[in-house]
Design a protein around this ligand. Structure first.
Ligand code: S3P
Length: 435
């Protein structure tokens, strides 16, 4: 377990290109394994999570060849998956286990699926329940946790009114819908990331959208859906870019360029949050890419105001909340996060992990059931400390950024966990941090 020391910085400068988007890479990996022929996925996420998905798809019979960030996946069609003699391992990845459960529920074989200690603590009932309504036969520890045993069976389409805002649940039901009789619809309570819908269309599956309802038509009659292999570029991950937006914004003299960032409108709410807080952000060279949008972000240092994140804004910035909270002490009014109980069932209990580590650095924090309130600059400067990320990549990276503005060095324990989404994070941060 590597410890990483972070020295204080004066400002950030230069350029950075975040790794391929994690959410999009998972979906392209799964759909290309269900397509007929070879897909080339360029700028595929180097994230350990996405490699868990690739390993699962390979165990299910797809041929997977990885050359740095170019991945070639050869599938044998949607009916071409094979049973795996060993249990599939989703590692630390919630997206892998939940989306795959949807795909596997409609196969004609049984699969065992599990992951690391963190995954085994995260709720799976949220996907098991709608899939059972479709006829799925899934057994789970305590009916809610991995390991899962999925006895593939014939599914029927349903209309699922999703009780929570979750792109993973939406995606699991839609992917199961590909293998079900009839149509499958999901109505979302509020908008969540739409990468599954866009990726399905990209691989040749029609998707209907009507307000907050998304519908797919099942293959039916044993013919199965027809997915076409694609040659496709993955945009840079905006959730990784955010660590650099935050770090640059902290110092008046910063001036950085973040290249090739995915700017899908269901992911860019975080840019609005930063802009509302007074950040200097400029979007440049916008272009569309396979239904997704890519652009560069120019970020300069400013004084951030802080603010409140709540209600329907929360699912749209869910993965960025750790960074926002850790930025709180560098803002004028502090940061308050409400309505975000979901943070307690992420890779770690992120509310507890944020409160604990902010306090280690001397911040003033109020921890609440569904969020936290972090005092702003007036409460005093942060000091370097030893950070415990609890195995959570986003906690480790958020505090590495906060450490740049602290007094004295910070030590991040188990720093390698950043590799779950961003293996070169510390190198990129070191390269752009000026001292
Ligand atoms: C993801 C959806 C979100 C997000 C996660 C990735 C996805 O999870 O937090 O990092 O790729 O669909 P939920 O669906 O649980 O909100």
């Amino acid at each position: 377990m590597k410890k990483q020391t972070i020295h204080p910085a004066k400002y950030l400068s230069g350029g950075v290109a975040p790794p391929g988007d994690k959410s999009i890479s998972h979906r392209y990996a799964m759909l290309s394994a269900l397509a007929e022929g070879t897909s080339e996925l360029r700028h595929f996420a180097l994230a350990a999570d996405c490699h868990s998905t690739l390993n699962c798809m390979s165990a299910l019979g797809a041929s997977v060849k990885v050359d740095k960030d170019v991945v070639k996946v050869t599938g044998r069609g949607a009916e071409g998956l094979k049973s795996s003699w060993r249990a599939l391992d989703a590692g630390n990845s919630g997206t892998t286990i939940r989306l795959l459960t949807g795909i596997l529920a409609g196969q004609d074989f049984t699969t065992k699926l599990s992951g690391d200690a963190s995954i085994q603590k995260r709720p799976m009932g949220r996907v098991v329940s709608p899939l059972r309504q479709m006829g799925a036969d899934i057994r789970a520890r305590e009916d809610n946790f991995a390991p899962l045993e999925i006895h593939g069976t014939k599914l029927r389409g349903i209309h699922y009114k999703m009780p929570m805002a979750s792109a993973q649940v939406k995606s699991a039901v839609l992917l199961a819908g590909l293998f079900a009789d009839g149509t499958t619809s999901v109505t979302e309570p509020v908008l969540t990331r739409d990468h599954t819908e866009l990726a399905l269309e990209e691989f040749g599956i029609p998707v209907e959208k009507d307000g907050t309802t998304i519908t797919v038509r099942g293959g039916g009659n044993g013919i199965g859906p027809r997915l076409q292999a694609r040659s496709i570029d993955v945009p840079g991950d905006i959730s990784s870019a955010v660590f650099f937006i935050a770090a640059a914004s902290m110092f008046a003299d910063s001036n950085i360029m973040i290249h090739g960032v995915g700017l899908n409108p269901t992911r860019t709410a975080i840019l609005d949050v930063f802009t509302q807080m007074g950040a200097s952000l400029q979007v440049m060279s916008l272009k569309s890419a396979h239904g997704e949008v890519i652009g560069d972000l120019a970020v300069k240092g400013t004084s951030l105001k802080g603010g409140v994140i709540e209600k329907e804004q929360v699912p749209l910035v869910i993965d960025e909340l750790p960074m926002l909270a850790a930025l709180g002490p560098y803002t004028e009014e502090g940061i308050e996060i409400r309505d975000a109980a979901e943070l307690r069932v992420k890779e770690s209990d992120r509310i507890a992990a944020l409160a604990e580590n902010l306090r280690r650095m001397g911040a003033t924090v109020e921890e609440r059931k569904d969020g936290l309130k972090v005092a702003g600059r007036a409460a005093g400067k942060l000091r370097g400390a030893e950070i415990e990320p609890h195995g959570d990549h986003r906690i480790a990276m958020a505090f590495a950024v906060a450490a740049l503005g602290a007094e004295g060095d910070t030590l991040i324990r188990d720093a390698d966990c950043a590799g779950v989404s961003y293996p070169t994070f510390y190198e990129d941060l070191e390269r752009t941090a000026e001292r």
